[in-house]
Design a binder for this molecule. Structure first.
Ligand SMILES: Nc1ncnc2c1ncn2[C@@H]1O[C@H](COP(=O)(O)OP(=O)(O)OP(=O)(O)O)[C@@H](O)[C@H]1O
Ligand SMILES: Nc1nc2c(ncn2[C@@H]2O[C@H](COP(=O)(O)OP(=O)(O)O)[C@@H](O)[C@H]2O)c(=O)[nH]1
Length: 225
């Protein structure tokens, strides 16, 4: 069996983590794991972690590290046979160290996108709150304006995506992410991409991953035993 591939994607709000993770998942047959999705699932299922996490998310705060690690690491433990790209975790040094002690990462992708681009993108970002599906009224609009493609439910704009809120979020991201980025740099697995367009960055990410995964392997869940 060929070696499994594990990647983390980091970047400020609106940098394209979700968009690029989806492209990686589709192109290389990896599973896209998102801490935001894990949280939404737990909130919907009213688990103990979900109820606790909700109180932080509603205040615009990061969920405490011990809650996040207890939530994410067991999910990764269930993925031992699969290659994945992890989006939204780790966000702090404590989370990064916990991740390092539970698995070996092959690659960390860090997106470094100018503030003006983030502001512009987030001002057009609309989401389907229940699923976390993300649209952009310019870049990838829904089929019917204002409505989720899958459920037909209304889309909303998050308060956090307002330009005024973004500057604070970005500062916070930089402070918290810096030691994480330094750690991955020191491990020699960090790859940073800077551009204003996902379509410009994508060929570089794609060829980087192709070099690590010489043949595009089908997702093992989709093959018969
Ligand atoms: N690794 C994490 N550590 C702490 N809190 C987290 C983590 N991942 C997600 N959260 C919490 O869940 C919320 C939703 O996360 P999600 O990644 O879906 O969206 P987001 O923070 O709006 O990020 P972005 O704008 O970068 O997509 C976050 O705002 C944060 O409160
Ligand atoms: N205009 C434009 N919008 C983009 C581009 N890449 C992603 N987006 C949109 O920008 C917003 C933020 O992207 P997202 O993947 O949610 O970023 P994340 O917050 O880092 O996960 C979404 O509305 C995307 O559809 C791009 O290259 N150009």
């Amino acid at each position: 069996m060929s070696k499994l591939f594990r990647a983390v994607i980091m970047g400020p709000p609106g940098s394209g983590k979700g968009t690029i993770s989806e492209r990686i998942a589709q192109s290389f047959g990896l599973t896209h794991l998102s801490s935001g999705d894990f949280l939404r699932e737990n909130i919907a299922a009213n688990t103990e972690a979900g109820v606790l996490a909700k109180t932080y998310i509603e205040k615009g705060l990061l969920v405490p590290d011990h809650v996040m690690t207890r939530l994410v690491l067991p999910r990764l433990g269930e993925m031992t046979r699969y290659s994945w790209v992890l989006d939204g975790f780790p966000r702090t040094l404590i989370q990064a160290k916990a991740l390092n002690s539970s698995c070996d990462l092959d690659m960390v992708i860090s997106l470094n996108i100018p503030l003006e681009t983030l502001k512009e993108r987030l001002s057009h970002r609309w989401i389907h709150p229940a699923s976390g599906r993300v649209y952009n009224m310019v870049f990838n609009p829904p089929r019917i304006q204002g409505v989720d493609d899958v459920t037909g439910e209304p889309l909303v704009q998050q308060d956090d995506d307002r330009p005024e809120a973004l500057v604070t979020r970005l500062r916070h991201y930089k402070d918290v992410a810096k030691p994480v980025i330094d750690l991955y740099k020191s491990m020699g697995i960090l790859h940073t991409f800077s551009d204003t367009e996902t379509d410009q960055i994508w060929p570089y990410i794609s060829s980087l991953i192709s070099n690590k995964i010489p043949t595009v392997r089908p997702d093992p869940r989709c093959t018969s035993p």
